[in-house]
Design a protein around this ligand. Structure first.
Ligand code: BTN
Length: 331
């Protein structure tokens, strides 16, 4: 679309004007078409200065999660080779599930709002408009399902690295896969896998990532206000969601290639960000029973090694338990 290309041209020259003639030549469209697209961009909320005989200059842009805001920052080979952006959708995971058959591996879907966002264990995931990033990626690795079980941990590392690249903040991981800044959960990950019943072959994996970006404390419902946070709360300033979404996709792209090849160093990267180790925790079993324990290490398969009060050690997996701090969300 020419408005996205015009935006990209104006971004390359932020300090100076770019003439209408240069844009029309570069895109092979008429000067009138350039002027029309600039007006559409203005209606979208972009502030574009125009001076006769000098051209156009981008002054400021709105915080949109559109292709025009994401693509200029993308450096990817596989992940997000196909990118779809929605203003509002029920759930990006549901969208990819519905369309999985005709969706190429690596497709990424991003929404500004979800009306039926889903979290782990059948919970709902609050996905209000204009403040978060709700994204899902579908991949079709040629692997047995059991070998794909650690993908979410790799995704958690990649999301942390993408946030760090865009903001300079260093997120941590609360085992298993909650992303935390300043002791508050800023991101959750929901990975869903489809397996063919007959052969047991892995058909596709959909990983959904929900990030609180620009919410203020009072934007969160009271029941989660103590544990939920946003990147802007930690940064002390608003964050551009387009650039952030792109940096996360860039990190997911690097991660996916590494993951297909074993990706051993991601285990160390996970360990170095895992804030659960060394803490007194409460293990919450599937039947609702709880036990105190000390988290002592992340095992080679990303399980959590814990020591019980009687000294017995056990490695627990995310399928068996969830973990909370003894007093609060992380400790
Ligand atoms: C959790 O913390 O329980 C996981 C939350 C996962 C939310 C993301 S938002 C994008 C994708 N679509 C959904 O409906 N859920 C995931």
């Amino acid at each position: 679309m020419s408005k996205e290309k015009i935006l990209s041209i104006l971004r390359q020259n932020p300090e100076d004007f770019t003439s209408g003639e240069a844009i029309s030549k570069e895109l092979g469209i008429s000067r009138a078409a350039v002027s029309k697209s600039v007006n559409v961009l203005r209606q979208d909320g972009y502030e574009i200065e125009a001076i006769t005989r000098r051209g156009y200059r981008l002054i400021a842009g709105p915080d949109l999660l559109t292709k025009g805001e994401i693509i200029p920052w993308l450096r990817v080979e596989h992940i997000a080779a196909k990118l779809e952006c929605f203003e509002s959708i029920d759930s990006t995971n549901n969208y990819l599930k519905r369309n999985a058959m005709q969706t190429p591996s690596g497709t990424a879907v991003i929404a500004n709002e979800q009306t039926g966002g889903r979290g782990r264990l059948g919970r709902s995931f609050q996905s209000p408009p204009d403040s978060g990033i709700y994204m899902s990626v579908l991949v079709r690795p040629n692997l047995p399902p059991v070998q794909a079980l650690n993908l979410t941990a790799f995704v958690a590392v990649a999301v942390c690295e993408g946030i760090e690249a865009a903001t300079g903040l260093r997120p941590e991981i609360k085992w298993t896969n909650d992303i935390v800044l300043n002791r508050r959960k800023i991101c959750g990950i929901l990975t869903e896998m489809s397996i063919e019943g007959e052969s047991g072959a892995l058909q596709h994996i959909i990983t959904g990532i929900g990030i609180n970006v620009n919410q203020r404390e009072t934007d969160f419902p009271e029941d989660i206000r103590e544990i939920a946070g946003s990147i802007a709360m930690a940064a002390g300033k608003p964050i551009s969601r387009g650039r952030l979404a792109a940096e996360i996709l860039n990190a997911l792209d690097r991660m996916y290639t590494a993951w297909l090849n074993g990706g051993e160093d991601y285990l160390e990267r996970y360990r170095s960000r895992c804030l659960t180790v060394g803490k007194q925790v409460r293990l919450i079993r599937a039947d609702g029973s709880t036990q105190p324990a000390e988290a002592i290490a992340v095992a080679d398969d990303f399980g959590l090694v814990v020591r019980h009060p009687d000294g017995r050690e056990e490695t627990v997996t995310s399928g068996e338990v969830s973990v909370r701090g003894l007093w609060g969300y992380v400790d």
